[in-house]
Design a protein around this ligand. Structure first.
Ligand SMILES: [Zn+2]
Length: 257
């Protein structure tokens, strides 16, 4: 995760400043609509359309592709699989690995496993590109996704290289979404499929991706790059497959149990 703990009051302020400075007054209005949506107020069709158009132009998504996803909204659940960091943002480092690369490799495998189970999957990034945290959340909210999973690697900044294992974070304060169930099942199944050391399931996540998303969301840190043995495992395709299988199974259980 690497000290990028986001959320709280700074988020809205940053969003407003970005809107005012770079996008001008009309987009400022759009941002206010987005901010207001946190209270789960109903959104008019026109406003939703306006927001969707903005996302499409920013991410250069094919509008036809977006329409297909929207039409199938009531079919298989749509899962956002977010590979943390990317582009100029490497995340943490260790064992010759960059967190952003490991996150993406695992996320792509999670996408594959979820699609095998019949889910629809959207990834904010599928390549090594920089994408602001707020943009990822806005994409997920705009798509009205059914669940959001953010994938990260951990690092221990002290001298103890033996620290290892999986920890998972969710916003336990927001009772409008079943974040706890999603986080608990993803945590449990990832541990089961890998045999990794269990670390805490944290209910106090203060990250933009866990707190500003409107659907059940969690953030999993699948291991410590600062631990030489664990970073070696994390770099192997076989171990990444196990992690992805567990994460996908946890998400599937969320919808079926
Ligand atoms: Zn990270």
């Amino acid at each position: 995760m690497n000290r990028k703990r986001r959320g709280g009051g700074g988020f809205l302020l940053a969003l407003l400043l970005v809107a005012i400075v770079s996008l001008g007054v009309p987009s400022f209005t759009v941002m206010m609509v987005f901010a207001a949506s946190e209270s789960h107020a109903p959104e008019t069709e026109a406003k939703a359309q306006q927001r969707t158009e903005k996302i499409v132009s920013e991410k250069k998504l094919d509008p036809k592709e977006l329409a297909v996803r929207k039409m199938t909204k009531h079919g298989p659940a749509l899962i956002v699989v977010d590979a943390g960091h990317g582009g100029v943002d490497d995340g943490c480092l260790g064992g010759g690995l960059l967190e952003k690369d490991v996150n993406l490799q695992i996320a792509l495998l999670v996408k594959e496993k979820l699609e095998e189970k019949g889910f629809q999957v959207m990834m904010p990034r599928e390549t090594d590109e920089y994408l602001a945290i707020e943009e990822r959340v806005e994409l997920a909210n705009s798509y009205q996704a059914d669940a959001y999973i953010s994938i990260h690697q951990n690092t221990y900044e002290g001298s103890d290289k033996s620290v290892c294992g999986i920890e998972t974070w969710y916003d336990g304060g927001d009772k409008t979404r079943d974040n706890e169930k999603l986080a608990r099942l993803v945590h449990q199944e990832a541990l089961k499929s890998t045999g990794a050391k269990e670390r805490k399931l944290w209910d106090i996540a203060d990250y933009c991706v866990t707190n500003k998303t409107l659907m059940p969301a969690c953030l999993i840190e699948t291991g410590f790059l600062s631990n030489p043995e664990e970073s070696r495992r994390l770099s192997s395709k076989a171990y990444q497959e196990k992690l992805a299988q567990g994460i996908a199974e946890g998400i599937a259980l969320y919808f079926t149990s």
